[in-house]
Structure formats: structure tokens, C-alpha cells
Design a protein. Structure first.
Length: 261
């Protein structure tokens, strides 16, 4: 199968790699229909964060389930699914309280390889979000919006619930006792002293995907209430994944969509 691979900072390659197989419990093999490049992918693309060479990349996708392990009961072959960047078990204290992004049972190294023809996801039963029908039942615009539910729209939703602004500016204008919300993983040191002197709280963290998608966001997309797919300003096929990264790195695209199948 074809998959995008990190070669070195500034260099993405598409290679033929061994197709992934079921080798454990609660797993699904998914044929990827759409994938995308995340802003956080640019950290290691730009060399800001470290990443091992020859690793599969990407953590946002929608697709069709090809195979599941024998213990999976909520998902079956043929189901169309949103594949979240989160991997919530659904039963730990973090998941039960709506913080699946902080699942206490997530396996290390399970987040990657979404920018490929096929991918493996676990835990399939509690993590995947089912979409009615087949990809062919939806327009390209709807598929783009569904794709955002794997990460970016859910992250924005999480931020909106917490609050939207830069920490430094928010700290300057916040009244004593206020709470500042944050979205995205920071690479800059926050100005903690100004928060201390005004008793200002700081809240933010990894977003949930499965829960808000199931409860609100998926219906809002399908009902036409929101169209978050507009965030994609350029589209590429899998063979041109390197161009998708370059377009975002050079600010030629707000977000790059990968049309896999």
C-alpha cells in the first residue's frame, strides 16, 4: 500500500509499505477516503519537534472499515467512519468525564499513519465514529466537512467551550478571577506571573473527538448547520502529499486536504 513517510525535516515521501494487519484486540483496518495535514504536523516537518525518520505520518482521516478484530461489536466491515486523532477507551475516568484525548489506557505510538491508502485504528469500538451510508452518498464538500471532525472542528469546539485568544493578550485584558482557555499544544513559554498576580485561571488541553461528534458535530454537518470543510483551501492526491505539506508550510494553504480514494 502507499503511505506518506517522514524522511527528514522538509521532506515527505510517498512509499510502498506493507499493508497493516489485525494483530490484537479492538482493532480495525480502514480504507482511507480523505486525510489532511494538521498544523501540528508542521512542527516536525519544520524541524521544531523531533521525529524519527521513516515513520508513517498523519492523524486525521475518514474512511471505510475493511476488517475488524473478532472482539469488535460496534463497528463492522463496510461501515463509513470518522477516524479521530484521539484513542479513547470509553471507560476510564478521563473518558467518562469527556476527556478522551487524555485517555488513561491509550497505547503509546498509536497515533500515526492516517495519510495512507489503509490504516489501523484502535480502540475501534469506543473510538471510531460511524457515518450513515457510503462515501459516494456525500458530496465532496460534505466529505471535506466530515474530514474536519477527525480533529480540527472538534478542537475548535473544545476551544470554544473553554474560551479563544492568545494567552499573553488575554492575561492583559482579563479581570481578576477570570479563566483563560487555550487550544493547540504550545511551543512558547506562557507568561505565568501576570496570571498569578490577578488570580487568573488557565484552562486548555487535548480535545475530545468521539463524544462531541456523536452528540452534536456530526448532526450539525449533515444537517447543513455548519460547513467546516471550508477550512481546506487546497486539495492534493496521496502521491502529492509533499506538496500538501509545502503549501501549508509556505502559507499557500490554510489547510491541505488529501483525496485518497
Amino acid at each position: 500500500m502507499k503511505a506518506a513517510v517522514f524522511a527528514a525535516p522538509g521532506k515527505i515521501e510517498v512509499k510502498e509499505v506493507a499493508k497493516l494487519v489485525i494483530d490484537g484486540k479492538n482493532q480495525a483496518i480502514i480504507r482511507v477516503v480523505r486525510a489532511s495535514v494538521c498544523g501540528s504536523d508542521l512542527w516536525w516537518y519544520r524541524g521544531i519537534a523531533k521525529r524519527e525518520a521513516n515513520t508513517l505520518v498523519g492523524h486525521e482521516a475518514i474512511g471505510v472499515v475493511e476488517q475488524v478484530s473478532a472482539d469488535v461489536s460496534q463497528i463492522k466491515a463496510g461501515d463509513s467512519v470518522i477516524v479521530p486523532f484521539t484513542h479513547g477507551c470509553g471507560h476510564c475516568v478521563a473518558c467518562l468525564n469527556g476527556f478522551e484525548g487524555n485517555c488513561l489506557n491509550q497505547k503509546p505510538g498509536s497515533n500515526g499513519g492516517y495519510q495512507a491508502e489503509f490504516m489501523k485504528y484502535e480502540p475501534a469500538d469506543s473510538g471510531l465514529v460511524k457515518i450513515l451510508g457510503a462515501p459516494a452518498d456525500y458530496t465532496d464538500e460534505q466529505l471535506a466537512s466530515l474530514q474536519t471532525l477527525s480533529d480540527v472542528m472538534a478542537t475548535v469546539f473544545h476551544a470554544a467551550k473553554s474560551a479563544d485568544s492568545s494567552i499573553e493578550q488575554a492575561g492583559q485584558i482579563a479581570r481578576p478571577g477570570a479563566v483563560i482557555g487555550r487550544v493547540g499544544v504550545p511551543h512558547a513559554e506562557r507568561k505565568s506571573n501576570q496570571l498569578f498576580w490577578k488570580n487568573i485561571g488557565l484552562r486548555g488541553g487535548i480535545a475530545s473527538v468521539t463524544k462531541p461528534d456523536n452528540e452534536l458535530l456530526l448532526k450539525a454537518v449533515l444537517d447543513g448547520e455548519i460547513n467546516p470543510g471550508k477550512v481546506f483551501t487546497k486539495s492534493f492526491d496521496l502521491d502529492h502529499t509533499a506538496d500538501a505539506y509545502a503549501a501549508m508550510d509556505q502559507r499557500q494553504a490554510i489547510k491541505s486536504l488529501l483525496v485518497i480514494d
